[in-house]
Design a protein around this ligand. Structure first.
Ligand code: HDE
Length: 484
């Protein structure tokens, strides 16, 4: 830190006048040689990096994860080994569809993106506050998000597009029911659970693997916000969730979550009644109960929002030894998409930024690229293999081999049962919850301009549960489907 209090340019030269542009004579034209003015205006034009194409509005916090139940029988990942083991982490919560300046209290899933700065590199678990998702193949994601964003002609949200897509993609029914239910608007970011959503593979030191699903259970409990309060807050304080999280941590009311996993033996995937890699489905807790892993505590606010939250980059592909991908087609697509998004949005060297930089030595032969500000590994050997003792791979860190069968082809999942779990969710609800669900869906579908879309969607609700479909049809003043 300089000992003077001189205002300087970005090249460090002291600034003479920050109030008046330099002009030719008292009232003359401004001089191009006022380079301080030029730089100030030019930098200002470039202050924004592209917002995230989804999950643009978010809030972040630092904290730690502590193991409360050793998982080394199932995974060699050091972050989950040894009771008491603490790993620093950073989380970013977010909404999905809205732009950077949109309201926090919209009905929308919430991003729940966790970066563990482990001693084996960063492990990113980039989930949502819902255990499932609307679709189950990455190839449909851009289309789905187009319907969640603004109509290309009116630049307005378009309910007809939203329900047209959902009614033609019945795999969305389970998540639609979840979204339109009470958990669609969390009371705060502290009062919601988080999920990895996908199935992942854990591998122990002996190379034995299991499938897992992650559950972050809020110690604050789950509390939701009614639509009328949410609508009011969206106008009065669109940053309500952001403010609540910041203030809670600022005053030492540190939010915490217990992390659990469901564990499925590898071979069960061949026979389980639902495809365990279909992210529109859950695994019954009766079949695979929650096993406690540890506790995540958020205890420090970012010092600078842009540096730590806007520039944070998470990728489901940031695995560490002992944690690997499953064949879930949504997860597979994400393994490409996130790092690609970061290279575009933040830059090819985004992992060198303080918020993203691993807490371990990064040793590889990647060089150069824009904003390579870490010294570019000096004059060290810059290729591999080499005879100069450069870093080498270790076969013990290879991803575990696994058998594959069948032909290369574009194929759908085997099962089209999109109704059992959506119906189970409906039947789990109390009468009050069902009434709120029905009212929310009816209000959301009313503006749809094409009756055929509404009738098609009502068929799906009806197949999930005849009462569900009947109540929506009656709410919309449309005929109840005949027995389907
Ligand atoms: Fe994302 N998602 N996503 N997503 N997602 C992004 O990455 C994508 C999906 C999630 O706080 C993007 O940096 C594809 C499921 C979170 O920075 C992008 C598919 C789940 C965040 C992207 C999905 C998520 C993102 C946007 C279908 C829950 C915010 C900019 C295969 C399990 C992370 C960016 C943060 C962000 C792609 C579906 C959660 C475009 C292709 C399912 C929490 O890369």
């Amino acid at each position: 830190m300089s000992n003077s209090n001189n205002l300087t340019t970005s090249w460090g030269a002291p600034v003479g006048d920050n109030q008046n542009s330099m002009t030719a004579g008292h009232r003359g034209p401004t001089l191009i040689q006022d380079v301080h003015l030029l730089e100030k205006l030019a930098h200002f034009n470039r202050e924004r990096v592209p917002e995230r194409v989804v999950h643009a509005k978010g809030a972040g916090a630092h904290g730690y994860f502590e193991v409360t139940n050793d998982m080394s029988d199932y995974t060699k990942a050091k972050v989950f080994n040894g009771v008491g083991k603490r790993t620093p982490m950073f989380i970013r919560f977010s909404t999905v569809a809205g732009e950077l300046g949109s309201a926090d209290t919209v009905r929308d899933p919430r991003g729940f993106a966790v970066k563990f700065y482990t001693e084996e590199g960063n492990y990113d678990l980039v989930g949502n506050n819902t255990p499932i998702f609307f679709i189950r193949d990455a190839i449909k994601f851009p289309d789905f998000i187009h319907t969640q964003k603004r109509d290309p002609r009116t630049h307005l949200k378009n309910p007809t597009a939203v329900w047209d897509f959902w009614s033609l993609s019945p795999e969305s029914l389970h998540q639609v029911t979840y979204l339109m239910g009470d958990r669609g608007i969390p009371a705060t970011l502290r009062h919601m659970n988080g999920y990895g959503s996908h199935t992942f593979k854990w591998v122990n030191p002996e190379g034995e693997a299991v499938w897992v699903k992650y559950h972050f259970i809020s110690e604050q409990g789950v509390k939701n916000m009614t639509a009328d309060v949410a609508d009011k807050l969206a106008g009065e304080n669109p940053d309500y969730h952001t403010e609540d999280l910041f203030n809670a941590i600022e005053k030492g009311d540190f939010p915490a979550w217990k992390l659990f996993v469901q564990i499925m033996p590898l071979e069960d995937a061949n026979t389980y009644r639902f495809d365990p890699f279909d992210v529109t489905k859950v695994w019954s807790h009766k079949d695979y109960p929650l096993v406690e892993v540890g506790r995540m505590v958020l205890n420090q606010n970012p010092e600078n929002y842009f540096a730590e939250v806007e520039q944070a980059t998470f990728s489901p592909g940031n695995f560490v030894p002992g944690i690997e991908a499953s064949p879930d087609k949504m997860l597979q697509g994400r393994l490409f998409a996130y790092a690609d998004a970061h290279r575009y949005r933040v830059g090819v060297n985004h992992n060198q930024l303080p918020i993203n930089r691993p807490r371990v030595e990064v040793q590889n032969y990647q060089r150069d690229g824009q904003m390579r500000f870490d010294g570019n590994v000096g004059g060290s050997v810059y290729y591999e293999p080499n005879s100069f003792g450069g870093p080498k791979e270790g076969s013990q860190h290879k991803q575990t081999a696994f058998a594959v069968t069948g032909q290369a082809d574009s194929v759908a999942y085997d099962s089209d049962d999109h109704y059992t779990q959506a119906g189970d969710l409906y039947r789990l609800m109390s009468e009050e919850e069902r009434t709120r669900l029905v009212n929310t869906i009816v209000a959301a579908m009313k503006p749809v301009t094409i009756n055929e879309i509404k009738l098609r969607q009502i068929q799906h609700f009806y197949k999930a549960d005849p009462e569900y479909g009947t109540r929506i049809a009656e709410g919309l003043g449309l005929p109840v489907p005949q027995e389907v």
